[in-house]
Structure formats: structure tokens, C-alpha cells
Design a protein around this ligand. Structure first.
Ligand SMILES: Nc1ncnc2c1ncn2[C@@H]1O[C@H](COP(=O)(O)OP(=O)(O)OP(=O)(O)O)[C@@H](O)[C@H]1O
Length: 232
């Protein structure tokens, strides 16, 4: 299993109640999981825990057999850099760096990922260009990121998350700024790249139409026994 989670409890500081109580959850290597659920059901919180950005108050969370609670904060940062790619809702590119430099940032803090990129393509630079070509951005490698459209920037964020073949890609609402045709194309390109390098995908979205093509679709409010949904 890539991720194993058991009896997990998590409460944000200042919140009176648990945000997450999850009896059991697991994710297989290379699995593609579509995670949905009402606003406030804890999707982003769960992603932060899976990424080791937050730590559970109790329970067990192992990623690649490593109990994240046993790592210090710097060790968790290193673990994340080695094994995880992240695509945020706002894709957090550095606007004045070129597209290619933004992609290379994905393996800057991980020797392991630079080695894997070299194994796959000859060098990190070459893998950056190969990913950009695969994501239909080959002509834009030397443009500053700020000169790209929203859809193009989102694909650059995917290339940055996937460089060096991390075991897991986490994407939080990556398609919220795209129209329907672009959403579908984005997900197919993301899948093609992830499958090629055997990266598992956990993607959060409100849009149930995206669920097609995933191995599994999971409503977090059915899993989370603490579910306290914001009724808006
Ligand atoms: N940094 C934080 N500090 C305190 N409480 C937080 C923090 N982030 C989220 N919460 C609370 O945790 C609960 C779950 O929020 P979370 O963002 O994980 O839900 P979500 O399912 O991702 O929602 P949405 O679909 O609206 O993005 C909410 O009640 C929210 O107010």
C-alpha cells in the first residue's frame, strides 16, 4: 500500500471539534482516486495530512511504509520533497522564472528525484522538456511563467509536480479555473504523464463530471465520521 491510515483524528487549533475522524483509509500504488464531498468536509485538511504538512492528533498514517509521526518536521519536508508532487488551486509558479525553471523547482530539494529524472530522461533538464512536450507546452519552455494562460500554467504545475517520478501526486481543485473542454483535456494529460511514470494520483474536486477515468471515487463525508459540513 502507498498510504495506510487507521483511527485518525485531527482537530484544527481553536476548533471545538475534530475536523477529521477516519477509521480506515488506504491507497494502492499507482491508484487514481477522485476525492469529493461537501464544502467543509475536510478534503484539503486530509490532503495536508497525507502530505505531512499537518500531523494527526492520534491514529496512524503511513506513506510508503513510513509512519509520518515518527519523522521530525525537517525529515517530513525531505520525505515530501522525495515522494510527493503537489498541484494547488493557485498553481504557485514563480512568475519571473521561465517555464522550464519552474518545472525544475520540483526536484530542486530532492537528490532522489533528480536521480530518477536522470534515469528516465538523461537529466532533470531533459525530463522537464519531455514533460512539457507531453503536456503540449514544448514551445513555451523559455517563456516566463507569467506570460502563460491559466490553463497553460496549470499544466506547468503538473510538470513540476511530476518531475523525478514521485510516488504520489496530490491535486487540490486543479481544474476550478478551466472550462469543461479544458478540464477533460487537462485530466487526460495529467493521467497520461502519471501513468507513464507510475505515479498515484489523489485529486480533489467539487465537479463530479471529472470522476470518470479514475480507479475510485470517494465521498469524504461518508468516510469522515466527524463530518461537520458548512451549510452555505
Ligand atoms: N488553517 C485552518 N485553521 C483552522 N481551521 C481550518 C483551517 N483549514 C480548514 N479549517 C477548518 O476545517 C474544516 C474543513 O476544511 P477543509 O478546507 O479541509 O474542507 P474542504 O472539504 O476542503 O472544503 P472546500 O471544499 O470548501 O475547500 C472547516 O470547518 C474549516 O473551517
Amino acid at each position: 500500500m502507498l498510504i495506510e491510515l487507521r483511527d485518525l483524528h485531527f482537530k484544527w487549533p481553536g476548533n471545538p471539534r475534530d475536523t477529521l475522524c477516519i477509521p480506515q483509509f488506504s491507497l494502492s500504488a499507482e491508484e487514481k482516486l477522485f476525492l469529493h464531498g461537501p464544502s467543509g468536509s475536510g478534503k484539503s485538511t486530509l490532503l495536508a495530512l497525507l502530505a505531512g504538512i499537518q500531523s494527526p492528533d492520534s491514529g496512524q498514517l503511513t506513506v510508503l511504509g513510513q509512519d509520518l509521526a515518527k519523522l521530525s518536521a525537517p525529515q517530513r519536508d525531505h520525505f515530501r520533497a522525495n515522494h510527493l508532487g503537489y498541484v494547488f488551486q493557485q498553481f504557485n509558479l514563480l512568475p519571473y522564472l521561465s517555464v522550464r525553471q519552474n518545472v525544475l523547482l520540483g526536484c530542486q530539494f530532492s537528490r532522489l528525484r533528480r536521480q530518477r529524472a536522470t534515469g528516465l530522461a538523461g537529466s532533470p533538464e531533459k525530463q522537464a522538456l519531455a514533460l512539457l512536450a507531453q503536456l503540449e507546452l514544448g514551445d513555451l519552455a523559455d517563456r516566463p511563467a507569467r506570460a502563460l494562460s491559466v490553463g497553460q500554467q496549470q499544466r506547468v504545475a503538473v510538470a513540476r509536480a511530476l518531475i523525478g517520478a514521485p510516488e504520489l501526486l496530490i491535486a487540490d481543485e486543479p481544474t476550478s479555473a478551466l472550462d469543461e473542454a479544458r478540464r477533460d483535456a487537462f485530466v487526460s494529460l495529467l493521467f497520461a504523464c502519471a501513468e507513464q511514470q507510475r505515479t498515484a494520483v489523489v485529486l480533489v474536486s467539487h465537479d463530479p463530471r471529472l470522476a470518470e477515468g479514475f480507479d475510485r471515487s470517494l465521498n469524504l463525508s461518508e468516510l469522515n465520521t466527524a463530518s461537520q459540513v458548512d451549510h452555505v
